[in-house]
Design a protein around this ligand. Structure first.
Ligand SMILES: C[S@@+](CC[C@H](N)C(=O)[O-])C[C@H]1O[C@@H](n2cnc3c(N)ncnc32)[C@H](O)[C@@H]1O
Length: 203
């Protein structure tokens, strides 16, 4: 396992360490068949995918048994690393592309992650109540928020990993009076500097 994981998350137990260590070879194996991670990113797998995903956990501290949904999970990010970190939280990982979901299901099964369900579906068609919606690199806030509150889904909070200048995006969501935009600052630390977490309290 990449040493930087232990630096940022020193309390990982043995099972978590083993699962994180197993991730890279699993993705290398699956990526050779179905491309879910760019080949050049594979050289920086732990920094660019695992640690970036876990940046959400610097802020999102779910209760055990909480229900979370990762919209547009692609190959399983941020959902898979967060499901390893929070084994008592239930994760539904959703993507509209079936072959990506196949990789997610295979990786979750190989790791023995009982708290992960992955399905091919569009976010706007998912029913149910969720404590947290999680996303990395999916859509603008004014696209994501209606998925969470206007459709079949009812979610309490939205947590997005985003890059770039967020000011325009945040202005766009002012028209949702029940939305409270909380933060979008850069995350301190060697591996987290290029990503920002946006937290939206819904409803
Ligand atoms: C840029 S990729 C990011 C994948 C992953 N979150 C990551 O960070 O590696 C965006 C993903 O969102 C999915 N997506 C976009 N809109 C979606 C929607 N409305 N419902 C489900 N999946 C969606 C796409 O299929 C794609 O896999």
């Amino acid at each position: 396992m990449d040493n930087s994981l232990s630096t940022y998350f020193p309390d990982l137990n043995q099972e978590q360490k083993e699962r994180f260590a197993a991730l890279k070879p699993l993705y290398e194996e699956w990526n050779a068949q179905i491309n879910v991670i760019s080949r050049k990113d594979m050289d920086h797998f732990y920094e660019r995918h695992v640690l970036h995903s876990l940046a959400l956990a610097l802020y999102w501290k779910p209760k055990p048994e909480a229900k979370a949904i990762d919209i547009g999970t692609g190959g399983g990010f941020p959902g898979i690393p967060l499901a390893i970190l929070y084994p008592e939280v239930n994760f539904l990982l959703v993507d509209s592309i079936g072959k990506k979901i196949k990789v997610v299901n295979e990786v979750a099964a190989a790791l023995g992650l009982k708290n992960v369900t992955a399905i091919q579906e569009r976010a706007e068609n998912i029913p149910g109540k969720f404590d947290a919606v999680l996303t990395r690199a999916v859509s603008r806030l004014n696209v994501l928020i209606p998925y969470c509150i206007n459709g079949k889904m009812k979610a309490k909070t939205l947590w997005c990993l985003k890059g770039g200048d967020l000011r325009e995006e945040v202005e766009e969501i002012d028209r949702y009076p029940s939305v409270v935009y909380k933060l979008g600052q850069k995350i301190p630390g060697e591996f987290f500097e290029t990503k920002q977490v946006v937290f939206v309290q819904l409803g």
